[in-house]
Design a protein around this ligand. Structure first.
Ligand code: FE2
Length: 173
């Protein structure tokens, strides 16, 4: 089993395939239709994503200016559909992004992060207001993560953690 069951209760599953816990980590994500990730960054980390089946849409945003008010909408840079066999690349120098499965079928993507990362910024409202998230998984090495098994699966695998300094607590998504 490489993936946790893709229940309709979740947007997508995050499945740890393997990692050396130092230089790289490999994740398999399975996406329900019409679901998307939050807008997020990749702190000190590079990321390749290969679409294995279905299609995902990557929307790229510019970093908000440092003096932007929390309600300022993020500026969209591009919107790209990545079909099966396609590869995208992301790091913080490119800005922020989100991935979405806007297709009619489940999508599966393979993510190579180097080095692995634990914490990142999320922009849940697609505005300059950031909150902090932490990397978490529905399964690891082919085994379900205990506290996510069954009906307790959260709607988002990365629930907001402590809010970023100066930012209000984000609404759950
Ligand atoms: Fe990403």
């Amino acid at each position: 089993m490489l993936s946790a069951p893709l229940s309709q209760a979740v947007k997508y599953t995050r499945n740890l395939v393997t990692t050396d816990n130092k230089y790289w980590t490999l994740l398999l994500l399975c996406w329900n239709t019409n679901k998307e990730s939050p807008v997020h960054n990749h702190p000190d980390c590079e990321c390749f994503v290969r679409c294995l089946s279905g299609a995902v849409t990557e929307t790229l945003y510019a970093w908000p200016p440092a003096d932007a008010p929390p309600t300022a909408p993020l500026a969209e840079i591009s919107h790209t559909v990545c079909g099966a066999g396609g590869v995208t690349f992301m790091n913080d120098s490119k800005g922020l992004h989100k991935l979405a499965n806007n297709g009619a079928e489940t999508a599966v993507t393979l993510h190579l992060y180097f080095p692995p990362y634990q914490r990142f910024k999320m922009f849940l409202d697609c505005t300059a207001k950031a909150s902090e998230g932490s990397s978490c998984f529905h399964s690891k090495y082919g085994a379900l993560v205990d506290n996510l098994a069954g009906l307790g699966l959260p709607s988002s695998p990365c629930a907001p953690a402590a809010p970023a300094v100066g930012a209000p607590e984000p609404a759950s998504k």
